[in-house]
Design a protein around this ligand. Structure first.
Ligand SMILES: O=C(O)C(=O)C[C@H](O)C(=O)CO
Ligand SMILES: [Zn+2]
Length: 277
């Protein structure tokens, strides 16, 4: 499992393009028949992908890295399918996963197996995991049953729909908060006006993008912003001190996951446009 360390904002001011990408961008999350994981020291997030193309893929991690015998011994995980139809089997219970469905798996589950319905249209499971202090029930939230929130406007090129899956008013968890934002066709901006939240860090995963599409993901302190060019099915780590916003060459979808001190989605420190540099 690849390891990412936490960074001080003062140091990040001096980073060039390559260093920014090395520290914050996760370029490859999906590989056929593999589980790909990155371990971040930012709120001890594990960010990953599982693509069971021709064989099922098991959720596992090196016990020496996570300090536990099984992946979920001291962790919880949120799973969102961004590929074809599949299943997640948790200790023998099978959850059918359509595209954009979410499954929360609580601490203590011993065996988690990802599978696809069709090998030529494999499921692609995007994963966010955080340490957990107690067990909350394993629950699925289907996109078909979700209550979306509409934000933004055409005038500001940021019309978008937010689906909250794992949050205080939905699936309960220890610290993980997870959902998905879909931009309307013609809208390119997410999360502008932007914000920080020193109480939580966040990970953005961009997808539903054309092969030649890019998102200029904005990060850094509000007075010292930088950009990271992100392509389809890549993730970017946003430390608690950093803004997280982006503008794409066309509309796209992204999954956001948060962990940290609280789970209050609305607990954001709004950045005034006049303070952005
Ligand atoms: O489009 C948005 O705005 C978001 O999706 C915001 C993120 O969910 C976020 O940054 C929550 O803190
Ligand atoms: Zn945020």
């Amino acid at each position: 499992m690849e390891i990412r360390y936490a960074s001080h904002p003062r140091e990040v001011k001096g980073y060039g393009t390559e260093r920014l990408r090395d520290e914050f961008l996760i370029e490859q999350l999906f590989a056929a028949d593999k589980l790909v994981l990155s371990y971040s020291h930012v709120d001890r997030f594990i960010i990953g992908g599982a693509v069971p193309a021709t064989v099922p893929v098991k959720l596992e991690a090196d016990p020496a890295t996570i300090g536990a015998a099984t992946f979920l011994e001291r962790r919880e995980i949120g799973v969102i399918n961004v590929g074809g139809r599949g299943t997640v089997t948790v200790d023998g219970d099978v959850y059918a996963m359509d595209s954009k469905d979410c499954l929360y798996i609580g601490r203590g589950a011993k065996e988690v197996i990802f599978a696809s319905e069709l090998a030529d249209q494999p499921a692609k499971f995007y994963l966010n995991s955080a340490p957990a202090h107690q067990t909350y029930p394993t629950l699925k939230a289907a996109i078909s049953e979700a209550s979306p929130v509409h934000l933004g406007s055409r005038e500001n090129s940021n019309e978008r729909t937010i689906y909250r899956y794992i949050h205080t008013g939905g699936i309960q968890s220890c610290q993980l908060v997870m959902g998905m934002t879909l931009l309307k066709t013609g809208s390119m901006w997410n999360t502008m006006p932007c914000h920080t939240h020193n109480r939580r860090s966040e990970v953005y995963f961009y997808f539903d993008m054309p092969d030649n599409g890019v998102v200029f993901h904005l990060m850094g302190e509000p007075s010292e912003t930088r950009h990271v060019v992100v392509r389809n099915e890549q993730a970017v780590i946003s430390p608690s001190w950093s803004i997280h916003s982006g503008v794409g060459t066309s509309s796209y979808t992204f999954i956001w996951g948060m962990a940290g001190e609280n789970q209050t989605f609305e607990d954001m420190d709004a950045v005034a446009m006049s303070d952005l540099k």
